[in-house]
Write a protein that binds this ligand. Structure first.
Ligand code: SF4
Ligand code: SF4
Ligand code: SF4
Length: 278
């Protein structure tokens, strides 16, 4: 896609993007196209040379039950029965590569550049310097992430998470999970292009919900509870399109509003002085 025009057209409307929305690389995940094949989950493990870890059956196909230091990507499953219709929702979970990452703000209080943001792409990377953090400091960083993403490798002491396959991206390749997705649920590119794709998908989905349905369609398609959204798109490098309310997918699918942590508190204290200095 061209990066020249931060606009896209579809049907009646024009999608316009602010300047802040346009920077860096992004992944767009259309969860409605995800079949939960878990190809992305396995591809991520293979690319990062992550070992297999013992796991157990907990009554769901979601496996392992949560992100681990050896699983940067996890396809989350949730099942709901509404008005006699079964909704089986899939959510390929990973680091969102926040434009203002709370994990980095917290880490910088203890070890500068333990977590860095790559200037060219906006990718948020945990570095080897995270080994210098104590377990308590790592816990504080994990707690500051609104999406509950980083995990601590208890053997190496490192804090780890999805790095958007920065080695591949810097070599001009797409992230491994995107490459492996056979349904087209995942796309990768310039953030402005991914945002346009997401916003057009939203427009299309809303039009489909509003379209008058035949009696037969009404019986087999349950649109009543659909509420299409793009998750926190103004703040994230990984953009999700959902067709059901976010809380139906996963506790941390959307941003969790947390009480002020120490990093925010200190930033808040510094603000009036910064303002005075102009
Ligand atoms: S999702 Fe969490 S770990 Fe990823 S960049 Fe944002 S704050 Fe950091
Ligand atoms: S972008 Fe790379 S590191 Fe992140 S989930 Fe996908 S394969 Fe894993
Ligand atoms: S590879 Fe694509 S379809 Fe398969 S689980 Fe991942 S996102 Fe879903």
């Amino acid at each position: 896609m061209s990066g020249e025009h931060p606009q896209g057209r579809q049907g009646h409307g024009t999608v316009r993007l602010s300047r802040e929305e346009q920077h860096g690389k992004s992944i767009f995940i259309d969860t409605t196209r995800c079949t939960a094949c878990r190809g992305c989950q396995v591809a991520c493990k293979q690319w990062h040379d992550h070992e297999a870890v013992p796991t157990k059956q907990t009554g769901t196909h979601q496996n392992p039950p949560d992100l681990t230091p050896n699983n940067f990507k996890l396809v989350r499953f949730s099942e709901h029965k509404i008005d006699g219709h079964v909704h089986w929702l899939f959510f390929p979970d990973q680091c969102r590569h926040c434009l203002q990452p709370a994990c980095k703000a917290t880490a910088d209080m203890y070890v500068e550049d333990a977590i860095v943001v790559d200037e060219a792409t906006g990718i948020v990377v945990c570095t080897e310097k995270t080994k210098e953090l104590t377990k308590e400091q790592c816990d504080e960083i994990i707690d500051s992430c609104p999406y509950n993403i980083p995990r601590r490798n208890e053997i190496s002491g490192e804090l780890v998470k999805c790095d958007m396959c920065i080695d591949r991206v810097q070599a001009g390749l797409v992230p491994m999970c995107v490459k492996s997705c056979c349904t087209g649920a995942m796309s990768f590119g310039e953030r402005e292009d991914m945002l346009i794709k997401a916003k057009l998908r939203l427009t299309e989905a809303q039009a489909e919900i509003e379209r008058p349905k035949s009696e037969l369609e009404t019986k087999i398609v349950c649109d009543v509870h659909k509420s299409c959204t793009i998750l926190d798109e103004e703040d994230l490098g990984v953009i999700y399109f959902l067709e059901m309310p976010r809380e139906m997918y996963h506790q941390y699918a959307g941003r969790e509003i947390k009480p002020l942590n120490r990093a925010d508190f200190l930033a808040g204290l510094a603000k009036p002085f910064k303002n005075m200095l102009g």
